[in-house]
Ligand binder design. Structure first.
Ligand SMILES: C[S@@+](CC[C@H](N)C(=O)[O-])C[C@H]1O[C@@H](n2cnc3c(N)ncnc32)[C@H](O)[C@@H]1O
Length: 279
């Protein structure tokens, strides 16, 4: 680098330096991330692009082109970007009507029950299901819940099973007492609940998802809202492959689907909407 240019560059304040670097070509980067995860940013690009610039600089990259090269060649950089850009908002007993419905429905079946949470974020959904089944005297020894998420930090938090009051705000106090152990200002999920859930870092679009086996109930709540319509169809196709049979129940978040995806049929019972495979 010419010495006058180097001096000039070094004397610039950080925000001016951004302008001398090439962080303009965002299209390829967004396209790459959407292809990887399914997540679309649409109108949120103006909030996300500054995050991407900071991320690229943190990785020592001077352009999005350089960042793309790193993302393609280094899985730990891909993982860090996914952890940065995925929205992991969740809490115990979210959309509880569906969980009560499952518990009620499960009391009528005697076979072992395999339940999938795809995605499960930091574990609140899977643990809520286990708690509600325990409360309805369903033998937990007959239950296996597999909870997957593409965000590895969320998955690690799920495995740790330690939560603040914010995550527990919908849980009635007696259940908090019964299923959690206080640790300072936090609460640790009791072992009886923890051992029912298997947490995995997994992308729903990757082949590893199809190795999880077959499930009697599939929850996929509040992930499809980040996908466009063709990607929703693609994700639902993956979920359909995980269904044990045409009795498998599918639950989605209330804002996830505008229409019934192909290959599924919707039902409403006790005010709760769920789906099964089309016969
Ligand atoms: C808003 S959270 C929903 C969590 C929970 N199901 C709920 O309703 O509270 C959405 C989760 O989807 C995960 N996610 C996004 N794309 C994914 C993908 N392709 N495969 C697996 N998980 C994904 C994100 O990491 C995030 O934790």
């Amino acid at each position: 680098m010419f010495s006058w240019f180097k001096r000039k560059r070094e004397s610039l304040a950080p925000i001016e330096r951004i302008r001398t670097e090439d962080f303009t070509k965002t299209t390829e980067l967004y396209h790459y991330f959407t292809n990887l995860t399914g997540i679309h940013f649409d109108q949120k690009e103006s909030i996300t692009t500054p995050k991407l610039i900071r991320f690229a600089q943190g990785q020592g990259c001077n352009s999005f082109g350089e960042l793309m090269e790193k993302l393609r060649s280094d899985s730990s950089v891909r993982e860090a970007l996914i952890n940065l850009l995925t929205v992991n908002e969740t809490y115990f007993f979210r959309e509880k009507g569906q969980l009560d419905f499952l518990a009620h429905h499960s009391c009528m079946v005697s076979t072992p029950l395999r339940i999938l949470c795809a995605p499960g974020s930091s574990g609140e959904e899977a643990y809520s299901i286990a708690i509600i089944l325990a409360e309805s005297d369903f033998p937990l020894s007959h239950v296996q819940i597999v909870s997957i998420d593409i965000n590895t930090e969320a998955t690690n938090r799920a495995r740790a099973g330690v939560y603040t009051n914010r995550a527990l705000h919908r849980l009635p106090a007696p259940l908090k007492e019964r299923y959690f152990v206080a640790e300072g200002t936090s609460y640790r999920v009791d072992e009886t609940i923890k051992k029912v859930v298997d947490f995995r870092s997994c992308n729903i679009f990757e082949a590893e998802f199809l190795e999880l086996g077959f499930f009697d109930t599939i929850f996929s709540r509040n992930m499809l809202i980040y996908f466009d319509l063709p990607t929703i169809e693609k994700a639902v196709n993956q979920l359909k492959k995980a269904a044990r049979n045409d009795q498998t129940l599918f639950f989605f978040g209330h804002a996830d689907l505008l229409t019934t995806p192909s290959g599924l049929e919707s039902r409403v019972e006790e005010g709760i909407k769920y789906y099964t495979l089309k016969k």
